[in-house]
Design a protein around this ligand. Structure first.
Ligand code: GLN
Length: 517
């Protein structure tokens, strides 16, 4: 029997009804039964998880009580666990093994967490549908013809399918919140700097955040309390004390000032989602919250700003995958042979042109011979051509373009300034309200393949989530009602920097109402 929330499992452990080993086994059975169909995990560490569980049961038998003993966690495959592969769902890192634990892994392990496997995602966390994975798409457990969202689609699906208590994801522009909404689970993107990024493979370093997925706010609060806090290995982690997140949960919403940013309810919002959100808002008002309209006027620039800045950072971060230091390397002998054949063909052309007295053709052959790059340069190019998928390449090219001389001021520098304006919009709004409430996504989940040929429409799916990353503020998505077509609707709550406790408290109220409605 699986205790699907850690809260329930913890009580069962305390009553002696189950053991850590039994918890792990029941999740492994679920994975065994469903993973072929849903493609949630890239790797499963059955032996490791069982061994950890047995060790933990022995410690518990000796009377040791760890705060998260027996919590079973799945980890997005962009976060390092020592001795395990970290593929980033890319051919580039298909066979790369981590040499160390990410800080979050180290902290959770010390608190008694059992790691069951690494989850599928979009390649290097770039995507909104989990279709950009070298290991194939994840399917939505609620309906396998639909995408689970992305990029942390495997982590959201793992929680939704009952394959773990909690899963870790990363959120650069919505990659925790959007798949949480699509799979009907909860997902929290903490404040930038709240949780150490040490051991998270970088996509866009000034945006990336690690955060949890769970079935209830209690589990989110419990796991955040352990993950959060300053880390000497991440200079951007903040020296801000970590509050008791669980103590905050019961506060209710009486007196809470909720803002509805009008830019998040405009054109493009699905009517079924709008109706579900409006119902939630009405219920929160009945429960004692005060609701008012606010404006975040620079919201329309969010997507453009996000895709300029994150691709710029990505083009720099991903420069390290060159086949020399990390991961995949193109076949060196094949590259050598191809270059040699090219050279010989050019030399033959040159000779023929000289014999025919064709000066123009000879000059061209000479120029092309001179232009042939070094073996190393060709090996870099070939490695990156073969190792990266098309979306990653698109972003590296976009990012290189916006950073190139002559365009830098027009794109990158200007986007940095707009980022500041977006952050100020939020600061101003939080002078008059405690939290903002918005839809998590403009549409319900879409079918696999539906948006693959249209990157722009894929990017537009992130319209309500990227702004929190641009501003560095925390965002929580909880299921809040149902779409007429059947999928759950995600409600997003945004708060000021380091006010995760406030979001969790409001989220508890939304979730409570959604289940009692
Ligand atoms: N979907 C967004 C993107 O493709 C967000 C990704 C993320 O948060 N990692 O960039």
């Amino acid at each position: 029997m699986t205790y699907l929330t850690y809260g329930a499992a913890r009580e069962a452990l305390a009553r002696g009804e189950t053991s850590c080993e039994a918890l792990v086994s029941s999740f492994l059975e679920k994975i065994e039964a469903e993973n072929d169909r849903l493609n949630v995990f890239i790797s499963v560490d059955a032996e490791g998880a069982r061994a950890q569980a047995r060790a933990l049961d022995a410690r518990r038998a000796r009377g040791e009580d760890l705060p998260l003993a027996g919590m079973v966690v799945a980890v997005k495959d962009v976060i390092c666990i020592r001795g395990q592969r970290v593929t980033c769902a890319s051919r580039m890192l298909e066979n790369f093994t981590s040499l160390y634990d990410a800080t979050v892994i180290e902290r959770l392990r010390a608190a008694g967490v059992l790691f069951i496997g690494k989850t599928n995602c979009d390649e290097f966390a770039m995507g909104s549908s989990n279709e950009n994975s070298h290991f194939g798409p994840v399917r939505n457990p609620l309906d396998p013809d639909y995408v689970p969202g992305g990029s942390s689609g495997g982590s959201a699906a793992a929680v939704a399918a009952g394959m773990c208590h909690v899963a870790l994801g990363s959120d650069t522009g919505g990659s925790i919140r959007q798949p949480a909404a699509f799979c009907g689970v909860m997902g929290l993107k903490p404040t930038y700097g709240r949780v150490s990024r040490y051991g998270l493979v970088a996509y866009a370093s000034s945006f990336d955040c690690i955060g949890p997925f769970a079935r209830d706010v209690d589990d989110l609060a419990a796991v955040l309390a352990v993950m959060a806090g300053q880390d000497p290995n991440d200079a951007t982690s903040a020296p801000v004390p970590v509050p008791d997140y669980r103590a905050a949960l019961d506060g209710g919403v009486a007196g809470l000032r909720i803002g509805l940013p009008k830019e998040y309810f405009g054109e493009g919002l699905d009517e079924g989602i709008r109706a579900a959100i409006e119902q939630q808002v009405a219920r929160l008002e009945t429960a004692g919250a005060t609701v008012r309209d606010v404006s975040l006027p620079h919201t329309p620039y969010g997507i453009a700003t996000y895709y300029i800045l994150t691709t710029a950072e990505a083009s720099s971060n991903l420069a390290r995958y060159d086949g020399v230091r990390y991961g995949y390397r193109a076949d060196e002998q094949a590259v050598r042979r191809a270059m040699k054949a090219e050279r010989e063909a050019l030399e033959a052309a040159l000779r023929a042109a000289e014999e025919a007295g064709d000066d123009a053709a000879a000059a061209e052959a000479r120029a092309r011979l001179d232009a042939q790059e070094s073996l190393l340069d060709r090996l870099y190019a070939q490695t990156r051509t073969e190792g990266f998928g098309s979306e990653v390449k698109r972003r590296i090219m976009l990012g290189t373009y916006v950073l190139s001389s002559g365009y830098y001021d027009a794109y990158y520098a200007r986007a940095q300034r707009v980022r500041t304006l977006i952050r100020r919009d939020f600061e101003r709004a939080f002078e008059t309200v405690d939290v903002l409430l918005t839809p998590a996504t403009p549409t319900p989940p879409f079918r696999l393949g539906e948006k693959l040929d249209d990157p722009l429409s894929m990017y537009l799916n992130d319209v309500y989530t990227v702004t929190a990353n641009l501003a560095g503020i925390p965002g929580l998505v909880v299921p809040g009602g149902r779409h007429p077509e059947g999928f759950p609707v995600g409600v997003q709550l945004l708060g000021p920097h380091f006010e995760e406790a406030r979001l969790l408290r409001a989220g508890a109220a939304v979730a409570h109402q959604a289940t009692t409605a």
